[in-house]
Write a protein that binds this ligand. Structure first.
Ligand code: ADP
Ligand code: MG
Length: 399
C-alpha cells in the first residue's frame, strides 16, 4: 500500500516484541462481550505476528476510565472473549510500562500473546504525553496499529507511539484504508453517497465535504426532513432540525456549483404515532404530509428512482439509514436500497462501502452487509473520514 508500511514490509520478527494497538472496546452484556466483531477483525494481524514468532503485546482502551484505574474497565474483562476468538491463551499484564511489563516479556516465549491493561488508566494516553509514550515504546521493537476505529484520536497509543518505533499498518487497518481509498480517495466515477439517520447537526459537515466529492447525493432519514423543510416543505411532526435550514440551503447551493445532484424523497411513509405498523400508516407525496404526521421512511416510488441512480454509478458510500428501520414497516426503503446495492456489488458494477453504528445494524437487518465491498465498524473515525478530515492515527503511520 503506497505511503504505508504493512506487515509485508516486516523482516524476521522472531523473538521481537510487537506492540499492537487493537480495538478491544467490546459492547458488554453481563460480563461477557455481546459482539466480538472487533476482535475478529484484528485476529489476522495478531495471529500472523504470533505465528511469525514475535512476542505480541496487545495495547487497547476499554471504556472511559478518565485516567484512573477501574477494575470494571480493565482489559482483563475481555481477555476470555479474545482468547476464544483467537484460539490462543493470552497472558494478562496489569500495566502498560515498567518492571512488570519487562518481567512479563521475559516470561513470554516467541509467538506468545500478552494483553496490557487499559491504556486509558493513565492520563498520558489521552494527553498524548511523549514521556508516557516513551515508557511504553521502551518495551517494543516495533509498533503495529490495527485500530482504525481509534485513529481519529491523537492519543499516545494511537499516534504518539508511531513516531517512536518503526510503525506498521495492521491487516484490518490496511483493509479499511484500501476500502476508503476506493470509495472517496481514488474512486471509479460516478460516485453516489447515501446519507441518512438521525444525527443531523453532526452530519452536516459530512454533507458539506461530500458534495465536492460525489456526483450524486441521496439524503434520507431525519436528514432528509431537515432539507425538505429548508426547501419550504411542511414536514409536520417529523424529526427535523428547523434551525439548520440556512446551512441545509447553503449545502444544496454548494452541490449545485460542484455539479452534484442532490436527491430528496418525493414520496414518504408517514404516521401519526411512532409504533410498529400503526393504524395511521400511509404513503404520500412530500407535499401532502399533515401537521400531525411524521415522516418515518422514504416512499416506494422514491426508492425505485434511487435504485436507478445506483445503477448508473460505479461507487457507493453509505452512512445512515433512510428511515426508522428498527420499527417495521419503516425499514422498507433502507432494506430495498441496501439489497439493490448488494446485488449491484455482487454483479461487479458497484464498489460499495458503508459505515456507522446504526448503518451496520440496518445492513445486517437487510441481509446485505456481507455483499457490500466493505462495511466499516468504526463509528466516529468513519464519519471524520467522510468529513474529509485527516485522521491523526493514520497520518502518523505514513512513511
Ligand atoms: P449511524 O449510527 O449509522 O451513523 P445515526 O445514528 O445518525 O446513524 O441514525 C440512526 C437512527 O436514525 C436510527 O435509529 C433510525 O431509527 C433513525 N431514523 C432514520 N430515519 C428517521 C426518521 N425519518 N425519523 C426518525 N428517526 C429516523
Ligand atoms: Mg448511530
Amino acid at each position: 500500500m503506497a505511503g504505508f508500511r504493512t506487515l509485508d514490509d516486516l523482516g524476521d520478527v522472531r523473538g521481537k516484541v510487537a506492540l499492537v494497538r487493537v480495538d478491544l472496546n467490546l459492547p458488554m452484556d453481563e460480563g461477557r462481550a455481546s459482539d466480538v466483531t472487533r476482535v475478529e477483525a484484528s485476529a489476522p494481524t495478531i495471529l500472523e505476528l504470533a505465528d511469525a514468532g514475535a512476542k505480541v503485546l496487545l495495547l487497547a482502551h476499554f471504556g472511559r476510565p478518565k485516567g484512573q484505574r477501574s477494575s470494571v474497565m480493565s482489559t482483563s474483562m475481555v481477555m476470555g472473549d479474545a482468547e476464544r476468538v483467537l484460539g490462543r491463551e493470552i497472558m494478562f499484564i496489569p500495566e502498560v510500562s515498567g518492571p512488570v511489563v519487562a518481567q512479563s516479556i521475559g516470561i513470554l516465549r516467541d509467538g506468545d500473546i500478552g494483553l496490557l491493561d487499559n491504556v486509558r488508566f493513565w492520563p498520558g494516553e489521552e494527553q498524548n504525553d511523549p514521556e508516557f509514550a516513551k515508557a511504553i515504546a521502551a518495551h517494543g521493537d516495533f509498533y503495529v496499529n490495527d485500530a482504525f476505529s481509534a485513529a481519529h484520536r491523537a492519543h499516545a497509543s494511537t499516534e504518539g507511539l508511531a513516531h517512536l518505533l518503526p510503525a506498521y499498518v495492521g491487516r484490518a487497518m490496511e483493509k479499511e484504508l484500501k476500502a476508503l481509498d476506493a470509495a472517496l480517495g481514488n474512486p471509479q466515477t460516478p460516485v453516489v453517497a447515501v446519507v441518512g439517520g438521525a444525527k443531523v447537526s453532526s452530519k452536516l459537515a459530512v454533507l458539506e465535504h461530500l458534495v465536492t466529492k460525489v456526483q450524486h447525493l441521496i439524503i434520507g432519514g431525519g436528514m432528509a426532513n431537515t432539507f425538505l423543510a429548508a426547501r419550504g416543505v411542511d414536514v409536520g411532526k417529523s424529526l427535523c432540525e428547523h434551525d439548520l435550514a440556512a446551512t441545509a440551503n447553503a449545502i444544496m447551493d454548494k452541490a449545485d456549483h460542484a455539479g452534484c445532484t442532490v436527491h430528496l424523497p418525493y414520496d414518504v411513509v408517514v404516521a401519526k404515532e411512532f409504533a410498529a405498523n400503526p393504524a395511521s400508516l400511509r404513503t404520500c407525496n412530500v407535499h401532502e404530509v399533515a401537521a400531525d404526521e411524521m415522516i418515518l421512511d422514504v416512499g416506494p416510488a422514491a426508492v425505485e428512482a434511487l435504485a436507478d441512480v445506483l445503477k448508473t454509478c460505479r461507487t457507493l458510500v453509505w452512512n445512515g439509514p433512510l428511515g426508522a428501520f428498527e420499527t417495521p414497516p419503516f425499514d422498507e426503503a433502507t432494506v430495498a436500497l441496501a439489497r439493490t446495492a448488494a446485488a449491484l456489488t455482487q454483479d461487479g458494477s458497484l464498489v460499495s462501502v458503508a459505515g456507522g453504528g446504526d448503518t451496520v445494524a440496518a445492513l445486517n437487518h437487510a441481509g446485505a452487509a456481507g455483499d457490500f465491498t466493505y462495511v466499516s465498524t468504526a463509528g466516529g473515525a468513519f464519519l471524520e473520514w467522510m468529513e474529509g478530515r485527516e485522521l491523526p492515527g493514520v497520518k502518523a503511520l505514513q512513511s
